[in-house]
Design a protein around this ligand. Structure first.
Ligand code: PHE
Length: 347
């Protein structure tokens, strides 16, 4: 734990042990240089506290880069709530209320929104105590709602940019796209891909989602163990992080990786591994920034949902074009080019 805290390049990590249910609340503040630290609240079970701290740190760092690359005045932070495996719904709701009170005590040092394991309905509960530091409450409660569709739109736009770069034409007709994870982002991405005429396959671990996408939509299901061996044009990771690593990259049969998950690369070295295999990797903190951009735009910039859709698509398209161009010019992986652009702003 000590070395995790020593070696991190961020600002601070705040801990709270929730005695009543045995959860750990960990808030990583990576940078407040561009504005108040803003990032989602991830809620899940972790094998041990260190794993939760490391996740919070990496996700907070990703948020600093996400905001900087998008040109928005917000800082990087992330909350992780490491819950016991058997937390029931009433205990979970009570925990969210106590978490809200904790956020309120921080008086705006950290602003939050949904992430893996939390929803807009959860933001309503947190905001009972933590308003005005909570984004993406339900529209009924005065918030901008689920950011998933906006994140999905950004990923979809990124896929178009990459397809144009690789094949000279942005049309997705007959392009094979594999979507890993059909949750609030992957599920919405599939809708957009269908409208665009792509050939879609998907993977997930949840039996109900698998059933839905397979039976109702007639999509091809790929068992989780085979995801990294599928031949396709685009692989779109929309679930967990760390999926691009030493073990999976040699197996990949895609031309590009463009997805919605945070921290897709296990290590920085993996960007180089992908480049060596001539697989174009679109940096995750750019492709998945749509939800965060839309939430801030709608709740602090007065954008309508239609305007948010337009701006998200336009911003991500021009940012990604700039990144791919810089990568070609400088002969570096797109991830390095994107980091350079973000770091220029953070400096
Ligand atoms: N989960 C979002 C992301 O990773 C975080 C977020 C959403 C932050 C909405 C603020 C508002 O981008």
């Amino acid at each position: 734990m000590e070395s995790l805290l020593r070696e991190w390049d961020g600002d601070s990590v705040i801990f709270r042990f929730d005695r009543l249910c045995g959860a750990w609340i960990i808030i990583a503040i990576h940078s407040t240089r561009l504005g108040p630290a803003t990032g989602g609240t991830r809620m899940k079970h972790y094998p041990h506290v260190q794993a939760a701290v490391q996740d919070a740190q990496r996700l907070a760092r990703g948020m600093s880069y996400k905001w900087a690359a998008a040109g928005l005045d917000a800082g990087g932070g992330k909350a992780v709530i490491a819950i016991p495996p058997d937390l029931g719904p009433p205990a979970r709701t009570d925990l969210l209320r106590r978490y809200g009170a904790f956020i309120h005590q921080l008086r705006g040092l950290f602003l939050t929104g949904p992430d893996l394991g939390t929803t807009s309905e959860d933001m309503d509960i947190i905001a009972e105590n933590a308003a005005p530091y909570v984004f993406c409450r339900t529209p009924a409660a005065g918030g901008s709602g689920n950011p998933g569709p906006f994140t999905a739109l950004g990923v979809f736009t990124s896929i178009q940019v990459v397809v144009e770069q690789l094949f000279g034409d942005a049309s997705l007709r007959d392009k094979q796209v594999l979507v890993q994870g059909v949750g609030s982002v992957g599920g919405e991405l599939i809708k957009l891909l269908r409208q665009a005429g792509a050939e879609i396959s998907f993977s997930d671990v949840d039996p109900i989602s698998i059933q839905h996408f397979r039976r109702q939509l007639g999509l091809q299901f790929v068992p989780p163990g085979e995801v990294y061996d599928v031949h396709c044009h685009i692989f779109a990771p929309c679930a967990i992080g760390g999926v691009l690593n030493e073990e999976t990259i040699p197996r990949l049969g895609c031309r590009a990786v463009v997805g919605g998950a945070n921290n897709q690369l296990a290590t920085p070295q993996d960007a180089v591994r992908l480049q060596a295999r001539q697989i174009l990797y679109a940096p995750d903190f750019v492709t998945n920034s749509g939800g965060a951009i839309a939430a801030i735009g709608m709740e602090t910039g007065g954008w309508s949902p239609a305007e948010a859709r337009e701006r998200v698509a336009q911003m991500i398209k021009s940012n990604l074009f700039e990144i791919l161009e810089l990568a070609t010019q400088e002969e570096v992986p797109p991830d390095a080019a994107a980091q350079r652009i973000a770091e220029r702003r953070l400096a």
